[in-house]
Design a protein around this ligand. Structure first.
Ligand code: GDP
Length: 330
């Protein structure tokens, strides 16, 4: 289906009026890597710039099965009922590796998706190079301009995605299950140092005593870790996303966090740093895309790959050759 080409003005006005169809189309536009679309997208984003930045950005991570979609459904619905407008975005690490998607392929958050105050952007399918997350910040800007005041960015605990999401949100929350002891090994510890709250989900029925024990254990460990946010003590909480218990408390914690960090200046400072870091990640993304989509590089790459694999060319000389090709023809 050929997409209707809209003018910059149509996109800008549509987004500002929270026309969901146009908002969705504007997101598709910023996700596009076609130079023509990128130009329009940048004009649209520039016009919307005065209207962005006023939301609370919350990152949510957890292993598959931790209850992320159940939690977001309960939490998002609660916020909508409080009068907030909630946008849900996903950073899906699998799309860049396999072309598939962990987050996107099941029918998720059905009742939140139908809520008039919520907007759920399904996980994009991802290009050959992945890196879909690099568009998430722009998508976030569009949602803010459309008036969403709480942005939830969901990710799965795989690889780099947690660091990526931490770099674009104000508050980072990790959903875990009971069994704190095993979870605290290896990389988990590093991830814990990114989080502003550890939420032990499924604290219901027979599982409740175990969840409370895990909360204690987590709190003991968190006490010795470096806090993710200066002046904020990361603590463990329990909730049942399924029963909607503990959801309100988590929102209170987040509000307290925003109040505290805005007062200390940490909130604004983090956002300024994030903007600065964005410059560098965008340059890297741009160069990567530009390099791998270069026709001469694309043509030569399989040959050089073979040379390296068969042992007739060293990796260094292969890379230098490719870069030379790229630089001479671009
Ligand atoms: P995700 O993979 O992290 O998005 O996890 P889901 O939200 O899909 O949840 C995985 C499973 O756990 C589903 O069967 C949910 O119904 C169940 N679940 C999620 N939250 C809770 C909870 O608070 N209590 C209980 N008992 N089950 C839950």
């Amino acid at each position: 289906v050929k997409r209707k080409e809209r003018s910059v003005k149509e996109y800008v006005e549509g987004v500002l009026n929270n026309d969901r169809t146009i908002l969705a189309q504007a997101i598709t536009l910023v996700e596009s890597n076609a130079p023509k679309h990128m130009d329009i997208a940048q004009q649209v984003l520039n016009e919307l710039l005065p209207h962005v930045g006023k939301s609370i950005r919350i990152g949510i991570t957890g292993v598959p099965g931790a209850g992320k979609s159940t939690f977001i459904e309960a939490f998002g619905t609660f916020l909508c009922e409080q009068g907030h407008r909630v946008a849900v975005l996903a950073v899906d690490p699998s799309s860049s590796l396999t072309g598939g998607s962990i987050l996107g392929d099941k029918t998720r958050m059905e009742s939140l998706a139908r809520h008039p105050r919520a907007f759920i952007r399904p996980s994009p399918s991802g290009g050959a190079l992945g890196g879909v997350h690099r568009k998430t910040r722009e998508t976030m800007m569009l949602c803010e301009a459309a008036g969403y005041d709480v942005i939830l960015v969901e990710t799965v605990g795989v690889g780099q995605s947690e660091f990526v999401v931490r770099g674009m949100v104000d508050f980072f929350l990790m959903l875990v299950l009971t069994g704190a002891g095993d979870d605290l090994q290896g990389i988990k510890r590093g991830i814990m140092e990114l989080t502003d709250a550890v939420v032990i989900n499924k604290a219901d029925r027979d599982n409740k005593p175990k969840a409370l024990a895990a909360q204690k254990e987590y709190n003991q460990i968190l006490h010795y870790l470096r806090p993710a946010t200066p002046g904020w003590e990361t603590k463990a909480y329990t909730c049942s996303a399924l029963l909607g218990e503990g959801i309100e408390e988590i929102w209170n914690v987040i509000q307290k966090f925003v109040e505290t960090t805005k007062q200390s200046g940490v909130f604004d400072m983090r956002r300024r740093h994030q903007q600065k870091d964005w410059i560098y990640s965008m340059i890297k993304d741009y160069l990567e895309t530009s390099f791998f989509s270069h026709p001469a590089v694309k043509e030569k790459l399989p040959v050089i790959e073979n040379n390296v694999i068969s042992g007739t060319q060293s990796v260094t000389s292969a890379v230098r050759e490719l870069i030379k090709i790229y630089e001479s023809r671009s």
